[in-house]
Design a protein around this ligand. Structure first.
Ligand SMILES: *[C@@H]1O[C@H](CO)[C@@H](O)[C@H](O)[C@H]1NC(C)=O
Ligand SMILES: *[C@@H]1O[C@H](CO)[C@@H](O)[C@H](O)[C@H]1NC(C)=O
Ligand SMILES: *[C@@H]1O[C@H](CO)[C@@H](O)[C@H](O)[C@H]1NC(C)=O
Ligand SMILES: *[C@@H]1O[C@H](CO)[C@@H](O)[C@H](O)[C@H]1NC(C)=O
Ligand SMILES: *[C@@H]1O[C@H](CO)[C@@H](O)[C@H](O)[C@H]1NC(C)=O
Ligand SMILES: [Fe+2]
Length: 469
């Protein structure tokens, strides 16, 4: 299980690296032997319970919320009214008060080939109190609907907080199982980090956008009550020039508003938020990211801004994984890895979550940044400053699981399994967080893979101060 190098002439130089490498990979990676059925997942039919429209004329539907500012004191509430614009306001009040306030939003609409959307409302509520339960009400007249959410605690180093992770969800029976398992997990996710590929409406003829509406109704039972933090995937691009649809991300950008300006971003496809003890950076695998591009510039300016005293946990979300040992989509994330991996190591990112590959995989802490085209060092090595890369594209969409893996399992791959599921990233304090991967075939509380995370930034500070003493 030694590290292999392609340039034999440098063999004497490599001894040190081989030693380092083997030290880090003292246990071989694991490929789970779980055997699942081969059937493709089926989309739930249009008349399924989860797609039911709420009763009443022009009733607000597809409610969902996301963070509405950079710090966590704001919430963006979005919903759709099918028949007419209706009320654009959100009535909201803290659970312990009867004083109601009103926030006003905007309404947008779009067409896609011969589809016309309903009235899509987005309303940002600002200056909420931290760590507080709020009720909110949508609609007007006789048809109003009430929901609630909890604001996060003020950002700070030792604020415990629990994030859920779902990717590539779609709207199959398996999607419904994944969401149900997330909801019934005894460790309650407080905010969901969604790593892209939402509705899979684009799998239908003409990208039938009514499947965006069914998806909106399906996720409402969770997304109207806790923020879903969005990442765009390839199934959000909806670029079909043959039918005149030439604006990438049109349905996605109309349906999901992102607080990107609060992080000085110029696009909703890349942005950052602080939430409790975490700093979350979302990037776009399907927008230009090379040197001199807007996204590249933004990330370069963004990473040095993160104050690890305030938010110790640095989490990056993207759709296409930079490390994946499955055959499907193999090396699709390679060009982005070349651009951004050096920064992830330099700034000690704790964990990078991605989707896209419909399976689960967790890497060791490794990097592949010493390779410079001519030195032959093209194999990842143990790197204590590197993030763990987790692929969690196993939400359950209609394309099914990818089961074919590259063989043998690369040394950098710690665990891989093609099963549907979700993750929980449970931050305990500034130094410790616990990650668990939950498979749909197990009981709600069972973890098929888990790992204690020790914060990269605070770990290295501790090591340095010990060395100084
Ligand atoms: C859109 O066009 C397709 C294909 O011609 C057709 O099946 C569908 O019913 C049309 N939808 C609407 C809303 O007109
Ligand atoms: C509410 O419903 C009642 C009874 O159906 C009806 O008389 C009234 O006009 C409705 N009000 C509004 C604002 O729609
Ligand atoms: C989806 O899951 C929910 C919660 O478990 C259940 O009530 C509902 O019947 C399921 N719907 C379908 C179509 O599987
Ligand atoms: C970082 O955050 C801490 C805690 O909130 C604060 O005291 C400190 O001033 C911040 N540092 C910078 C450079 O802003
Ligand atoms: C942080 O949490 C871990 C895991 O629960 C615990 O072992 C450790 O003592 C905590 N650290 C502090 C400073 O409380
Ligand atoms: Fe994807």
């Amino acid at each position: 299980m030694g590290i292999q190098f392609s340039v034999g002439g440098y063999a004497y130089l490599h001894v040190g690296f081989i030693f380092l490498g083997v030290l880090g990979f003292c246990e071989a990676g694991l490929t789970s032997s779980y055997v699942r059925n081969n059937g493709l997942s089926q989309d739930m039919p249009l008349d399924s319970d989860v797609f039911k429209e709420p009763p009443g004329y022009n009733a607000p539907q597809q409610g969902h919320i996301t963070q509405g500012d950079h710090e966590g004191k704001g919430v963006i509430v979005s919903w759709i009214t099918p028949d007419e614009p209706g009320s654009n306001s959100v009535l909201y009040w803290p659970a312990n008060s009867r004083i109601k306030k009103t926030a006003h939003g905007v309404v947008v609409k779009y067409t896609y080939y011969n589809y016309t959307s309903g009235y899509i409302h987005h309303c940002t509520i600002k200056n909420l109190d931290y760590d507080t339960k709020y009720y909110y009400e949508l609609g007007a007249g006789n048809v109003t609907r009430q929901f609630w959410f909890l604001t996060p605690p003020q950002p700070g180093p030792d604020v415990p907080y629990t994030f859920g992770l779902i990717g590539d969800l779609g709207q199959t029976y398996d999607s419904n199982r994944t969401l149900t398992h997330y909801e019934l997990n005894p460790v309650k996710g407080q905010t969901l980090l969604f790593v892209g590929d939402l509705s899979y409406a684009d799998s239908y003829p003409l990208h039938d956008n009514t499947r965006w509406d069914t998806w909106g109704r399906f996720i409402e039972r969770s997304a109207a009550y806790q923020p879903w933090i969005w990442t765009a995937g390839n199934h959000e691009i909806d670029f079909v020039p043959e039918i005149g649809e030439t604006k990438p991300f049109k349905p996605y950008k109309h349906r999901f508003f992102i607080p990107y300006k609060a992080s000085q971003s110029t696009s909703p496809l890349w942005y950052s938020i602080k939430r409790a003890s975490a700093y979350i950076i979302v990037i776009s695998s399907y927008s230009a990211y090379g040197k001199y591009t807007p996204q590249n510039k933004w990330i370069e300016n963004e990473l040095p801004k993160v104050n690890r005293t305030e938010t110790p946990w640095l989490i990056v979300l993207m759709h296409c994984p930079m490390y994946s040992s499955y055959v499907h989509h193999y090396m699709e994330g390679e060009t982005m890895r070349v651009m951004y991996e050096p920064w992830f190591v330099q700034y000690k990112v704790d964990v990078v979550f991605a989707g896209h590959v419909h399976a689960y995989e967790r890497s060791e802490r490794i990097s592949n940044i010493r390779y410079n085209v001519v030195n032959g060092f093209c194999t990842p090595i143990t790197d204590d400053s590197a993030p763990v890369y987790i692929t969690i594209g196993d939400g359950g969409n209609q394309e099914g699981l990818v089961k074919e893996m590259t063989q043998p399992q690369p040394e950098y791959s710690a665990y891989r399994e093609a099963s549907y599921g979700h993750g929980i990233f449970d931050i305990k304090n500034s130094t410790h967080a616990y990650f668990g991967w939950h498979r749909n075939q197990d009981g709600f509380a069972v973890e098929a893979d888990s790992l204690w995370f020790v914060n990269r930034y605070w770990k290295s500070i501790e090591e340095t101060s010990v060395a100084v003493k």
